[in-house]
Design a protein around this ligand. Sequence first.
Ligand code: PLP
Length: 355
Amino acid sequence: MIIEKIAESNFNDSVFDSKVFGKNFSDHMLIAHYKDGKWDEPKIMPYGPISVTPAAMSFHYGQTIFEGMKAYKNEDEEVFIFRPEKNFERFNKSAVRLNMPEVPAEIFLDGVKAIVDLDRQWVPKDYGTSLYLRPVMFATEEAVSARSSNEYIFCILLAFAPSYYEKPLSVKIADFYSRAAQGGVGSAKCGGNYAASFFPTSEAQKDGYDQVIWTDSIEHKFIEEAGTMNVMVRIGNKLLTAPTSERILNGVTRDSVLALAKDSGIDVEIRPISVEEMYEAYKSGELKEVFGCGTAVVVSTYNAIGFGDERAELAPLSDEESFATQLKKKLKDIQYGIAEDPYGWRVKIEETVNA
Ligand SMILES: *Cc1c(COP(=O)(O)O)cnc(C)c1O
């Protein structure tokens, strides 16, 4: 790995006062080029713009995939990342689905560790704050020709992730649009999935909701995800979530929350959840909680669900009663190095680059 350090760091403490997610980039980025069937040696260099032609194929045909993970600092200034092998595996699954080259562990995992190590002063310490890590790959071959690109850039960017008060959101159940289709790219973390979701989301916002609960694309009968998160539903004292599939992204937060729920003695069921079942549970007062799971906010709670024209308000639960609040705290305590990590999820970033 080639390392070209920045001449003078852009870091100052006021970065950590920012309330904006994903806008304050650290000193460095990692770049690797794929050409002639192979990856070149990755280079860590000062963060900044790169030059690409407008004919770069990703702009036209959308071969772009990404990942999202976080780095945390504990009280002893030790830096950790959370389950990075999961993101690595998923990234390469996305690559295969988009017909892009897989990225070797020596570039993805060793790259993440090296750049986080180098920019460790950018990892904040306050509970709830973190350094967001964004691996991304895009097609760069210069050709307006509708086929897979022969050239790609893999890149890792790091940006400050603030802690902000997360107010409960309202979500509308999709009865027309879809995020993903059977046989499509729903389980890949590709840019196009996001692009396709923005318009339906803005329509839901016109109806007074923050986000969309996506349903199956055939009949809109079963719930699949919420916004860009996996979704969990509590009916009575049971925690339900849909099985992952080619339409549902296999979230690391989902997997971690499920493990924590099971080990907390919560009755967990992984099975399809119909809109009708949710609505019946709402009518009978058994629909206690609905929440989303994802790396960016960990757990996002929903206080209103749009079933067609009916807005179902969910009564707030106390912190002690709420599965969402309990599980979120358990997960964050492991991520921030406050609680024991019996699962081996935390990966410590050793100090080598700066030493
Ligand atoms: C990234 C993402 C998630 C959450 O995955 P995590 O690994 O928990 O961050 C869920 N759904 C979609 C559509 C996503 O893109």
